[in-house]
Design a binder for this molecule. Structure first.
Ligand SMILES: [Zn+2]
Length: 147
């Protein structure tokens, strides 16, 4: 049964890996959706606040309670939005610099901290810093690093 177990094991590993990747993608799109909904919600509350303030000032109508509760709600929604955006930034578009370990935006070509050229590896895929000792950019077509 050893072979079957091995096979099961490697199938499981591949599945785990795929699942992990999918999780991140799904999570990012969920967060994006939340971000959009939350900003819409915020716009909506801002509009409500605007009209509440308008009628309060314009017709001397006492909307103080409404204004206060809208402001409180807006603060909460803003906090949520900031949290969502922070999570989103954590999960996407970050490349770890192989030289200094700084996190850089995916679009970056050079590290913002040390200026090294970045390779296109997502931060989460980098398990250990790669030791590249090629100073000039030699063509590394064939892998000679095998022992
Ligand atoms: Zn760096």
């Amino acid at each position: 049964m050893g072979f079957i177990d091995d096979l099961k094991q490697s199938v499981k590993q591949v599945a785990d890996f795929a699942e992990k990747k999918t999780d991140t993608v799904v999570e990012i799109s969920k967060l994006k959706y939340q971000q959009i909904q939350t900003s819409k919600n915020l716009d909506d509350l801002m509009a409500q606040l605007g009209s509440a303030v308008y009628s309060m000032v314009k017709s001397d109508y006492d909307n103080k309670n409404l204004v206060d509760s809208l402001i409180a709600e807006i603060d909460t929604v803003k906090e949520n939005l900031a949290e969502i955006e922070e999570k989103l930034a954590e999960r996407r578009d970050l490349i770890l610099c192989s030289q200094c370990g700084a996190k850089n935006e995916k679009d970056s070509i050079f590290c913002k901290r040390c200026g090294s050229k970045l390779n296109r590896t997502a931060a989460e895929e980098v398990t250990e810093p790669m030791e590249t000792d090629s100073e000039g950019s030699k063509d590394q077509q064939d892998e000679q690093n095998q022992e």
